[in-house]
Design a protein around this ligand. Sequence first.
Ligand SMILES: [Cu+2]
Length: 175
Amino acid sequence: MAGFSRRAGLGALIGLVATRAQANDHGPIRAEAGWSRAAGAGRVGAGYLTLRNTGAADRLVAARAAIAGTVELHTHIHENGVMRMRPVEAIDLPAGGTVTLQPGGLHLMLIDLKQPLRQGETVPVTLVFEKAGEVQAQLAVQSAGARGPGGAMPGGPMPGGPMPGGPMPGGAHRH
Ligand SMILES: [Cu+2]
């Protein structure tokens, strides 16, 4: 009898772990259409994606990636006609809402790249939400001058239109 209950307990534990893993995959928040731009090791890279929330209001509070020493949450602000980046504490995701991280706006900043971001590769990123916990995202690396995730963009140019002052040079992500 003792052996039986031990096995039953183990089964329950495995069941619990499986449920938790499943809850992560099918949680209220999905990260879609993630992309990045090619960048060299030691440099910084940017991460763009769309966050879809089918649950309660939440906040993206952190992110990490094996490829980068640090991942920061950034936004762009216009200051005297110049576009600058600024770190933000969190990115709000309204209940049932969608937030798009895109060039010229909110983005992930992959700082201190341990390996180059190579065009054609896909880089995994872990997003940490205040309530939903961790959500996995994939960034498909585009060319260094890409404006969008390539074939995944319906209707052509980015909704925000081209960046004032033309394409963002690699140096635009200097701090
Ligand atoms: Cu940035």
